[in-house]
Design a protein around this ligand. Structure first.
Ligand code: FES
Length: 126
């Protein structure tokens, strides 16, 4: 698994992101409340550039007729049909079986690196 330097930390302040190219892949690198995450810029539904969608929160589990909004800046919403994905895990919000590919991120001496190889951000083999 190789680490690919993609940006300096100053380039991606908290709650912003940057789309980078690594080995022919388009990857969104997000700073979610001070922690960096990387997801493939490719929606598993029909292939939209997922990372061009808005970063937002979502409604949380709540009682009927009660709408509680939370997780601000932790969710990316696909610009085509609105599928939503957790930036921290890559999982969709509607199914554990649908996810966008995510990549481990390392930060060293102010440089953000994305790890490409055979594991996702959680270290699971894919
Ligand atoms: S292409 Fe992303 S939700 Fe349809």
């Amino acid at each position: 698994m190789a680490i690919h330097p993609v940006a300096e930390t100053a380039e991606i302040p908290e709650n912003t992101f940057k789309i980078v190219q690594v080995e022919g892949r388009s990857i969104g690198v997000y700073n979610v409340k001070g922690t960096y995450y990387a997801v493939h810029n490719y929606c598993p539904h029909q292939g939209a550039e997922l990372c061009k969608g808005p970063v937002c929160g979502t409604t949380l589990d709540s009682a009927v007729f009660e709408y509680i909004y939370g997780r601000e800046d932790e969710i990316v919403r696909c610009p085509w049909h609105g599928w939503e994905f957790d930036l921290k895990t890559g999982k969709s919000l509607f199914s554990d079986k649908v996810r966008v590919r995510s990549y481990p991120v390392v930060v060293q001496d102010g440089t953000i690196g994305v790890m490409l190889g055979s594991a996702n951000a959680k270290g699971e083999k894919e």
